[in-house]
Design a protein around this ligand. Structure first.
Ligand code: HEC
Ligand code: HEC
Ligand code: HEC
Ligand code: HEC
Ligand code: HEC
Length: 615
């Protein structure tokens, strides 16, 4: 697409005033959605993961280190099966006809590289993809083994192109012969085979690119191919709209360490792989069924989990023909562990003393332990929030904020609620002269490809974050203080001050609890998809599936799954509580022994309060 096409579409979209007009004005996608990097039509086709499984799977009894077995349940492996993706794709194609080709480049690289994501060889709604959702060895294999292990830096890019890209899946795939002797491309890996090592029975080559975060940056920065970012004054910034910025957030943190030009954070360098592909703890550890080379201490697993425990749960239940029960269960366990042990800490850092009839002031701090914003990545419907409660001596609820109803999926939006999320929107959609995130009737909107402004972003920065004034990553309508005045680095925690009314007849002691939740998808987003993801080639879904009623649109199917699988139940990430000592000291949920131990501890240091952090 040329710059003038791009500008033309932008003009039409940005200056429309009402959603119907906006949708009507959206020009059909002109093709060439992703002009950079390797284009469809490979000399050497991608080999299906089950061919790799034969040697790189099923050889370890615990099934928790082999590349295939650790990868198979992950969202990376299931990016083309994800029912949430399919529903969102329909909305996108409806908003900007044809844009689905852009989506499929990252979500089905095999289909895209095969030329099956747009006409003439395929279709932007996925109807041209080969295979079934619940089978392997086809276009639904997601981000596959051979795909990643053929990604490379192109040292001699064609004129006008770059050796490496850091957004929009503009990957380079090695399509030549590995050596003069071979008939196929290299499989790039972390190992160099020297004297004493047994080399693989296939082409191989060591690749620094593969072990660096750069390879992930190719897809983990998603940028609008259509629209520019409009700032809070309604001015076009000239910056393509940043949809997801996980890689950039990481680059602006201490975890990128030495890679950073400004010299901060050289002490803590942790790439995407070190957190998302943790080392196998086995000794000995083998990378292949042949078990020739002992890789103890140098064997990254392909866990690739983030916060998503819900979609793997849905896939495990809905697609038994895939026979990946064990793999999905492993992914769910790793993701839960990641959320509960490596994501955040919650701490009640300050409070006044409770006096019946007066307000109690409590400050709760949430600290981000991840390598990017918390939460990061996909913006729509993803959120974390604090559930805070105050209970009296009887355990009766005196006050709460951020209450969630597990039966309905409703999160109570009380005056003090703290929800961590980014809210992209459409500038001046309702004639407000602002970044609008809902239609005129206050219904929330989720138009991924039409968004051109950020109404708010209060997600917690990572350690050493320098993006505080970068329009692509800065907090919006929210402030994080600098670590020290003028440092240019934002703190990696957020403090919430609650005013808790203590009734005049409250029975002391009072217990305050704060609990952080993570949710993959909100009720509002699922209901929006149910209502909106109904056109663009559907209701008769072209992708053969064994679940859901015939004739269901992809939005209705997702909503149906949401109802049947616990409404994307939030995961309890971390919590803290504080019991104020009153006339009688009562500590619920502690054993007698615990009481005695705590009692002696209290006596020893003369504490007025009692607290404990739970995971
Ligand atoms: C997201 C891209 C990606 C996908 C998909 C992927 N790998 Fe890897 N693989 C990597 C990276 C990165 C490393 C090196 C990690 C490190 O050492 O830090 C690696 C390492 C390996 C290794 C060396 C031993 C080890 O496990 O560290 C083998 C063998 C391997 N991969 C095979 C596979 C197979 C087989 C599949 C499919 C089942 C697969 N990979 C899928 C990125 C990928
Ligand atoms: C016939 C068995 C076999 C098959 C099939 C196989 N591999 Fe391998 N592969 C091996 C062996 C053996 C090693 C060496 C393992 C080691 O070094 O510990 C290896 C190593 C690798 C490495 C590491 C290379 C390096 O330099 O670090 C990668 C990457 C890899 N394989 C990818 C794949 C992919 C992708 C597939 C499927 C397209 C695949 N393999 C299929 C046997 C196989
Ligand atoms: C070809 C594009 C591509 C590349 C390269 C890529 N990813 Fe992904 N990744 C995706 C897509 C697409 C998804 C989301 C799939 C979904 O949820 O439907 C994803 C999902 C993930 C998730 C799971 C997120 C969650 O919500 O649980 C993690 C973690 C992740 N990727 C890490 C990595 C790491 C680490 C690398 C580099 C080694 C990498 N990715 C490289 C496309 C890519
Ligand atoms: C210091 C460890 C660490 C580093 C470094 C790190 N991550 Fe994460 N990441 C996490 C943790 C913990 C989570 C789970 C919490 C969450 O879901 O946000 C996570 C979540 C994610 C998710 C899911 C999105 C979400 O918020 O649910 C994606 C995608 C992801 N990471 C990709 C990356 C990529 C790409 C990189 C490198 C640019 C990276 N991560 C670097 C720890 C890390
Ligand atoms: C540059 C690569 C890229 C492109 C292009 C892309 N995505 Fe994604 N998508 C990702 C990555 C990476 C993730 C995972 C991020 C995370 O989990 O935080 C993701 C996650 C998602 C999710 C969330 C899935 C889940 O289970 O949580 C949906 C829905 C989605 N994408 C839809 C789309 C649609 C629709 C388009 C086209 C308009 C699109 N994506 C284009 C890379 C891409």
């Amino acid at each position: 697409m040329s710059d003038s096409d791009r500008a033309g579409i932008r003009f039409r979209l940005v200056f429309s005033v009402a959603l119907p007009a906006l949708l009507g004005a959206a020009a059909a996608w002109g093709g060439g959605a992703t002009p950079f990097g390797t284009q469809p039509g490979l000399n050497y086709e991608l080999i299906a993961p089950f061919d790799c499984r034969f040697c790189h799977g099923d050889y370890d009894l615990e099934a928790d280190i082999e590349p295939w077995n650790t990868w198979a349940g992950s969202m990376m492996a299931n990016s083309t099966r994800d029912p949430l993706f399919w529903a969102a794709l329909d909305v996108a194609n409806n908003d900007v006809p044809g844009v689905g080709d852009f989506c499929l480049r990252c979500h089905s690289p095999t289909g895209w590289l095969g030329g099956r994501s747009e006409p003439p060889g395929g279709s932007v709604d996925g109807c041209g993809l080969l295979g079934n959702l619940d089978e392997a060895g086809n276009d639904f294999d997601g981000i596959s083994c051979h795909f990643c292990h053929r990604m490379e830096v192109n040292d001699n890019p064609p004129p006008g192109e770059q050796p490496v890209y850091y957004e929009n899946g503009s990957f380079w795939i090695d399509d030549g012969d590995c050596t003069a002797m071979s008939t196929g491309p290299c499989r790039y890996g972390p190992y160099d085979y020297g004297v004493g090592d047994v080399p693989p029975p296939h082409e191989w080559a060591f690749s620094q690119y593969l072990v660096d975060s750069d390879i992930c940056g190719n897809c983990h920065n998603v940028t609008s191919p259509l629209l520019n970012l409009i700032d809070e004054n309604g001015m076009d910034t000239g910056i393509p709209f940043p949809i997801e910025r996980t890689f950039m957030e990481w680059q602006q943190s201490d975890y990128a360490g030495a890679a950073r030009a400004d010299g901060h954070g050289a002490s803590s360098v942790q790439g995407c792989q070190s957190c998302h592909m943790p080392q196998a703890s086995e000794d000995p550890a083998f990378a292949c069924a042949f078990q020739d080379n002992d890789r103890t201490g140098d064997m990254a697993t392909h866990q690739l989990v983030g916060g998503n425990v819900w979609i793997p749960t849905v896939l495990r239940g809905e697609y038994p023909a895939l026979m990946r029960d064990e793999e999905y269960s492993a992914t769910i366990a790793w993701a839960t562990d990641m959320l509960q042990n490596r994501t955040a800490t919650v701490e009640i850092v300050d409070s006044s003393e409770p006096t019946p009839g007066e307000d109690l002031d409590v400050t709760v701090r949430v600290t981000n332990l991840t390598g990017h914003k918390l939460p990061t990545g996909y913006p729509e419907g993803r959120r974390m929030w604090l559930h805070a409660t105050a209970r009296d001596a009887e355990g009766d609820l005196l006050w709460e904020s951020g209450g969630y109803d597990f039966d309905t999926g409703d999160l109570t939006q009380d005056a003090q609620v703290k929800i961590y999320e980014i809210k992209p929107g459409i500038w001046d959609l309702n004639g407000t002269g602002e970044c609008d995130t809902s239609d005129g009737a206050a219904n929330p909107l989720f138009h991924f490809v039409l968004n051109n402004c950020i109404a708010s972003d209060n997600r917690i920065p990572p350690l050493g974050f320098t993006g505080g004034s970068d329009p692509e990553t800065a907090p919006v309508a929210y402030t994080y203080p600098e670590t020290s005045p003028g440092s240019g680095i934002l703190v990696s925690y957020d403090d919430t001050d609650y005013q808790i009314p203590v009734p005049a007849d409250a029975v002391l002691p009072i217990t305050i609890e704060a609990r952080l939740y993570f949710q993959t998808v909100s009720k509002e987003y699922v209901e929006f998809l149910r209502d909106e993801a109904v056109t663009g080639g559907f209701p008769d879904d072209c992708i053969p599936r064994t679940t859901g009623l015939p004739g269901m649109s992809r939005g209705e199917l997702l909503h149906d799954m949401w109802q049947r699988y616990d409404r994307s139940a939030p995961v309890d990430v971390a919590s803290d509580f504080l019991t104020f000592q009153g006339d009688v000291l009562e500590i619920p949920a502690l054993s007698v022994l615990g009481l005695i131990l705590l009692g002696s501890l209290l006596a020893g240091v003369g504490l007025a309060r009692l607290r404990r952090t739970r995971g």
